[in-house]
Design a protein around this ligand. Sequence first.
Ligand code: ADP
Length: 255
Amino acid sequence: MTPLIAITDLAIDYPNGIESVRALDGTSLAIGEGEAVALVGESGSGKSTLALALAGGLPASARRVGGDATWRGRSLFSMSADDRRAFRRAELGFVAQDPHGALDPTMRVGRQLLHVLERAPDRKNAEMLFEQHFARVGLRDPQRIARSYPHELSGGMAQRVGIALALANRPALLIADEPTAALDATLRQQILTLIRQLCRETGASLLLITHDLEAAETYVDRIAVMLRGRVVEDGAAARVFHRPTHDYTRSLLAS
Ligand code: ADP
């Protein structure tokens, strides 16, 4: 079966004066339909570059110097800019590290939801949508939440709103880039549990970027370990966690 996403030997450079940084150096990774995969590795290993490459969000200076990434068999790099935008809107959802940073500070979050849904419904319809999308991420009193500006929400609430927005259009893949880095420990579990549960319910695949191997083992099916722009270990979550084969994975576990 064709995986949802297949990244093959992808190499990406950030030119930087005379030298350039090779952020991805032959990365390969596949994600199946409905599969939850964690990408772990220390800072600078290329995790965000990989996520940006999938999303078509690399800075203009970044250059693909090799390899490919396909979506249901179709190369992302051969799509026109319009197709790429349409693909991104229809198929991808993002949960960011900083829950407040991902929201528009000048707009009530209810309006932001309607915006994502490309709906300008009448009041009754809007209330129904708020109920549906905010309640399912565990927010109580969805109508009050909808009237709030992001700064009026706590970090955990803002991240729940972020998840509601990311999943509003039922993406086929949710990319969550360190979604709990800004939250305290008890909230971390709740948010990761919520993300996993909603992906299961909607059938979305999940790419969870994290440096926390323990969280990865609990919340995903597979763990891919990245080191200097390459996936050096990739396997069932429990196997990678309990019986890592690569020295680097062992050192991550020890740290
Ligand atoms: P991670 O997400 O694992 O921390 P990144 O993908 O952010 O890793 O970074 C991989 C490498 O690419 C690092 O050496 C980083 O400094 C470099 N890099 C990332 N973004 C840029 C950029 N916009 N310009 C230049 N170098 C970058």
